[in-house]
Design a protein around this ligand. Structure first.
Ligand code: OAD
Length: 251
């Protein structure tokens, strides 16, 4: 049985119209990370941080998954139908994978669609898009925070993503600069452990990965991820034309 584990970064959503972080005109070129994406920034100026994330929530309106997200959904279904395993680990907070229909996913940097309280366990998913801070309706704490992971904070669900990376047979990196740990380490772990490794990015593979046994798919995610997925399916002997059993068929 194969276990295919995918790590995605902002590059997979770029063609849906969401800015990446470190490309030209990326979010970190236009904002100070320390001010808007750290616990210290939040403590010093919650209104500024809140406005930054509310702006990003508003920016998600009408945004749809692209062909790369859809290819991963198709890959997941075909792998599961054939008795294999699949896990998507995403650094993205845009929720586009879930919108596209992915089932096995860990959003390691949290999710833009959710707020949570730092004082009690309250969390909520809603469509609130205003710039005014919201108090916690459960315990009355002055403000909810975006349920996203900031620098100097622990990513969500480490037990799930570490075990997925450990146990996988195939590891795939898509649209990430590999600048942020722990995610940046996964590809090295996979190479060390002799997994089949795939790399997708518009940029050529990092110099420090040159010469390693990696299947490289350079180009736009919307074009190259479907190709990469076909490649994995073929290598496992799964027909691409296979009819999928959907929920609708069952009813
Ligand atoms: P980055 O902005 O660092 O990297 C985006 C990557 O996507 C780059 O390597 C680009 O070359 C590539 N890329 C751009 N357009 C693409 C396309 N159409 N198809 C394929 N690849 C494309 O974003 P991440 O690697 O996701 O964390 O950044 C990791 C983390 O750093 C984020 O989750 C965020 C950020 O700070 C936090 O905020 C905690």
């Amino acid at each position: 049985m194969a276990l295919v584990v995918i790590l995605t970064g902002a590059g997979i959503s770029a063609e849906s119209g969401i800015p990446t972080f470190r490309d030209q005109n990326g979010l970190w070129e236009n904002h100070d990370v320390g001010e808007v994406a750290t616990p210290k920034g939040w403590m010093e100026n919650p209104k500024l941080v809140w406005r930054f994330y509310q702006e990003r929530r508003r920016g998600m309106q009408g945004v749809e998954p692209n062909a790369a997200h859809r290819a991963l959904v198709d890959l997941e279904k075909k792998l599961l139908n054939n008795g294999h395993g699949f896990y998507l680990i995403t650094q993205n907070i845009d929720g586009l994978d879930i919108k596209a229909g992915i089932q096995y996913i860990v959003e390691m940097h949290g999710a833009l669609r959710r707020f949570r309280c730092e004082k009690c366990d309250y969390e909520v998913e809603n469509d609130y898009l205003e710039d005014d801070l919201l108090p916690c309706p459960e315990c009355g704490w002055v403000h909810l925070r975006p349920d996203v992971v900031w620098f100097d904070e622990m990513p969500h669900n480490p037990e799930i993503f570490l075990s997925a990376v450990n146990q996988c047979t195939h590891f795939v990196s898509i649209g990430t600069s590999g600048e942020v740990y722990p995610a940046a380490h996964f590809i090295h772990d996979a190479l060390r452990d002799g997994k089949e490794v795939y790399y997708q990015n518009t940029d050529p593979i990092h110099a420090h990965l040159l010469g390693m046994e990696i299947h490289e798919f350079q180009g736009k995610a919307s074009e190259k991820v479907p190709e990469l997925c076909s490649n994995i399916l073929k290598s496992l002997g799964i027909s691409e034309k296979e009819e999928l059993i959907t929920d609708n068929d069952a009813s």
